[in-house]
Design a protein around this ligand. Sequence first.
Ligand code: ZN
Length: 261
Amino acid sequence: MLCLFCKKESGGSRSVEHIVPESLGNTTGTLPPGVVCDKCNNYFALKVEKPFLEDPTIVSLRFHQGVPSKKRRIPPLSGTLGPGLPVTVYRHLDGPTAGIIDTTTEAFRWMASSESKVVLSLPSPSDEWNEVLVSRFMAKAALESMASRLLDSPEGLSSLVDEVQFDPIREYARYGIGKLWPVSMRRIYEADKAWGASAGEVVQRVWEWGFLHTNRGEVYFVLALFGLEFSINLGGPVVEGYRMWLEENSGRSPLYPDGIE
Ligand SMILES: [Zn+2]
């Protein structure tokens, strides 16, 4: 068996690869050991997923939306208290927003002696993303999602490894080779949108994905994370075809062909 990214023998690998990090709530979208070798798995964890998860936009979304890491911990958020005194806020998993506030003695004294209401300021989620991080992450997830659809077919999987058409996106994901691979980013629903579930309970969607085959012969991998939709072209570093497709389809997301309820 050969690795999807470095194309080296991966038969002895032991790591399960997560298409979207487990820290974003993904436990089902995985690839068995060997599809991605241990070395590539480790590289992506450290060089692509970690910086992506630590990006201020993601940290803020995980904090505000209460999405725990795989160690069941919500990342803390830094903010300020009153006249700009630094604080770190830790959020309990099933508790109120402000769990524990970590601050300096100076800030604590100020708070204790303050006669007016104490104001805690925390950065709110923004839709400003670090394009390079998002793009490397999307390139990796796109190829892995394609592999996940071929798990029942060893020939299909090995032809995906051999397919030279995907070598540019493969090398961009794994080695950062090539110029920035653009990603279309837009919001398709609010981050905290509540969705009706079958048993009358309400669920929150953290991530979902799919593929779009356009009539121009392009293939896009589309991923939504906290209501933000990202699309990447598997065939080349251009995203114009996706914008054209959106125009022709009234801006509907390929993930929601019938619109969003
Ligand atoms: Zn590899």
